[in-house]
Design a protein around this ligand. Structure first.
Ligand code: FES
Ligand SMILES: [Fe+2]
Length: 360
């Protein structure tokens, strides 16, 4: 594949080419160049609890398909390990459980919760055994805001990526949010994952596509801020809309902030509202199929509830345009487009990062 070039000057730049979104061979490269090297949200940390300290999962199903397992040991240390037996390769743990050992169901090889080989029947006569290769590989993971993130080969530190978010939102009780299963759900979109991100990264379409949201926001004051690996769209609300109570001295004090729409490269959207966080995780399953997981977190002592109907209507409107773009980019008459320097800074930022990861 030719290197992707996105001019750093948005007024001169063109968008990613249509082939990036429609070509299955390019998607195979995206898996390794972007998804294997990024921090990907996996689950809420409450999957490890009193009743289960072993939580197996397939990391990026349909993309990397890596069998992994989270464990929590006696001293409450969490580990992320390869879930593939070092004997003949069976997946070790199939279902979440409470256990002190990871035991393979094929020939009985046992590992402790740190992934160290412990024992195995009929191996006494095996010479030079066990070695380091017989332990389970430890996989890089992070816990952030009570959520678990994994990266097979991280290119950038997660703390560094999220620093601008933590600084800007330091006035909020981010560490005390609680997961709200009742307003969490999954959406299935027939489109390339990056088209869904492109759409999220501009508010340009709000007056055209989202009539109800447009009635709530002061579109003239909509603002974009770019950081190295995340960006912010600041939604200012109309007078009768709920807004954040921002302390004096904060850079946003005096503004009616309706939402902080943060995006974290490559596939995470963190929409902070006065009631809490609506997290959208964009997970490709094929070059033209994507699952969007919506997960809600509530601030403590919150009296407002997530405006579910508005979130759901907005999502339906977004899916319809994104699926229409998926059809359009397959046309022989479309190659690539140009950017609005005022309204498409976020999309330009995303395309620059895609090019950076794909070219190195
Ligand atoms: S494959 Fe696990 S014990 Fe043989
Ligand atoms: Fe939208």
């Amino acid at each position: 594949m030719k290197p992707l070039q996105i001019n750093e000057d948005i007024s001169l730049a063109a968008t990613l080419p249509a082939s990036f979104y429609r070509n299955p061979a390019t998607f195979d490269l995206v898996k390794e160049k972007i998804f294997a090297r990024s921090w990907i949200w996996v689950e809420d940390a409450t999957v490890l609890n009193e009743d289960q300290n072993v939580y197996p999962f397939t990391f990026l199903e349909g993309v990397l398909n890596e069998p992994l397992v989270f464990t929590r040991d006696k001293s409450d240390q969490v580990h992320c390990l390869s879930n593939v037996c070092t004997h003949r390769g069976k997946v070790i743990i199939e279902t979440p459980s409470k256990s002190r050992l990871l035991t393979c169901g094929y020939h009985g090889r046992c590992f402790d919760l740190e992934g160290q080989f412990k024992r195995m029947p009929e191996f006494k006569e095996t010479k030079n055994f066990p070695t380091a290769a017989d332990h389970l590989t430890a996989i890089p993971f992070k816990k952030w805001l009570g959520m678990l993130f994994v990266s097979l080969d991280p290119k950038v530190d997660l703390e560094e990526m999220v620093r601008p978010i933590m600084e800007r939102l330091s006035f909020l009780p981010l560490d005390e949010m609680t997961f709200d299963a009742s307003t969490s759900k999954d959406y299935y979109v027939d489109a390339n994952w990056a088209l869904y991100c492109d759409n999220y990264l501009e508010g340009f379409h709000i007056p055209f596509v989202h009539p109800a949201l447009n009635d709530a926001l002061e579109f003239e004051n909509y603002d974009y801020e770019i950081s190295p690996y995340c960006n912010l769209q600041l939604g200012i609300g109309k007078a009768d809309e709920p807004c954040f109570d921002i302390p004096e001295g904060h850079p946003d004090f005096g503004q009616r902030v309706y939402a902080y729409y943060y995006w974290l490269f490559p596939n995470l959207m963190l929409n902070f509202y006065p009631w809490g966080l609506s997290l959208n995780i964009v997970l490709p399953t094929a070059h033209n199929k994507t699952v969007i997981k919506f997960r809600s977190y509530l601030f403590p002592n919150n009296t407002m509830s997530p405006n579910e109907n508005r979130l759901d209507d907005t999502e339906m409107e977004d899916e319809a345009v994104v699926e229409s773009v998926q059809l359009g980019i397959q046309s022989r008459y479309y190659q690539q487009g140009r950017f609005s320097p005022t309204m498409e800074k976020g999309v330009h930022h995303f395309h620059r990062l895609v090019a950076e990861f794909m070219n190195t």
